[in-house]
Write a protein that binds this ligand. Structure first.
Ligand SMILES: Nc1ncnc2c1ncn2[C@@H]1O[C@H](COP(=O)(O)OP(=O)(O)OP(=O)(O)O)[C@@H](O)[C@H]1O
Ligand SMILES: [Mg+2]
Length: 279
């Protein structure tokens, strides 16, 4: 996990500081339109993180674009900001979809990127993108984001199964809101305040158990040596303990679980061959 954690820490620092690394050659972009956050990752052709940007968004719900115009505007703004920082244009990007979404949703995710001025050169599914960053060839990657719990099972470097089900961080927030009888927005702040974690954890533990039950169902009939959890909702300290208890398997979480999938999407950005200029 060491090397991947270093790459992830480097990327997190770029997202937090707004700085970029020096680069040579062409750049690849990954766009992760999420239920809670939209993240753009920029890497070089060796998949070294060069820049990144993140903004809260409500672009997607259960894998479906719910806010097309707003999403286009947001991606347009984030693209422009990165281009300004880097001093180059970013023409190409890869997009991602949660596993198991309909053909129509796949298209509309592509349309958002195109609407923002990108040429979409690849569309990958989210847990597969995460697996590339974690360099997993055998095991299961579980992405617990804002709205869903998604899985990719890999064997000998091949994705052999993907699936996705509603239950994510927003369900945790609703549980916190109900428990304390406070509005959703207030509950979201409370849930993500590190100092409050010990108090909040017992309240949301049942939601993590539900996520583990969903994962157990997905894993039925597959032998995996380990499970890797990514996505913002895996941030809770004891998250992996709850999963391990339910699954009876080793469960690993990389540093910055929120940024694994976005970075992996950029890895999958194809760059079209450069056509030589005519004399
Ligand atoms: N420190 C934290 N502790 C607990 N939850 C957190 C923390 N940081 C972020 N989250 C939660 O993680 C979720 C967002 O995660 P992520 O960005 O992976 O989701 P997304 O990609 O937008 O959603 P999806 O993949 O479901 O479309 C939100 O519900 C947010 O509240
Ligand atoms: Mg996500």
């Amino acid at each position: 996990m060491e090397l991947k954690n270093r790459t992830l820490s480097n990327f997190a620092e770029l997202v937090e500081s707004g700085e970029c690394k020096k680069f040579r050659g062409r750049l690849k972009v990954g766009v992760d339109l999420g239920t809670a956050n939209t993240v753009l990752a920029v890497v070089d052709t060796n998949n070294r993180p060069i820049a990144g940007i993140s903004a809260p968004s409500h672009a997607i719900q259960d894998g479906v674009i719910v806010n097309y115009y707003e999403s286009v505007q947001l991606v347009t703004r984030l693209k422009a900001e990165l281009e300004e920082r880097l001093g180059v244009e970013l023409p190409y990007a890869a997009a991602a979809i949660p596993p198991g979404v309909s053909e129509g949703s796949v298209k509309s995710i592509g349309y958002v990127l195109e609407g923002a001025g990108f040429e979409v050169t690849n569309i990958v599914d989210e847990p597969t993108a995460a697996a590339a960053v974690l360099k997993i060839t055998d095991g299961a990657v579980v992405d617990v984001g804002g709205g869903t719990t998604g899985i990719s099972i890999l064997k000998d470097g091949q994705v052999i199964y993907t699936d996705d089900e509603a239950t994510g961080g927003s369900h945790m927030t609703m549980t916190v809101a109900g428990h304390y009888r406070i509005p959703y927005e207030e509950a979201e702040v409370l849930k993500t305040t590190p100092e409050k974690e010990d108090e909040i954890f017992p309240v949301i533990k049942a939601v993590i158990e539900k996520m583990a039950t969903i994962t157990e169902k997905f894993l039925h009939g597959y032998q995996v040596p380990a499970v890797y959890v990514v996505g913002g909702s895996a941030s809770f300290r004891e998250f992996t303990t709850v999963f391990e208890k339910k699954l009876g398997l080793p469960v690993y979480r990389p540093v910055h679980p929120l940024l694994v999938t976005p970075l992996g999407i950029a890895y999958y950005c194809d760059l079209p061959p450069v056509t030589p200029k005519k004399k």
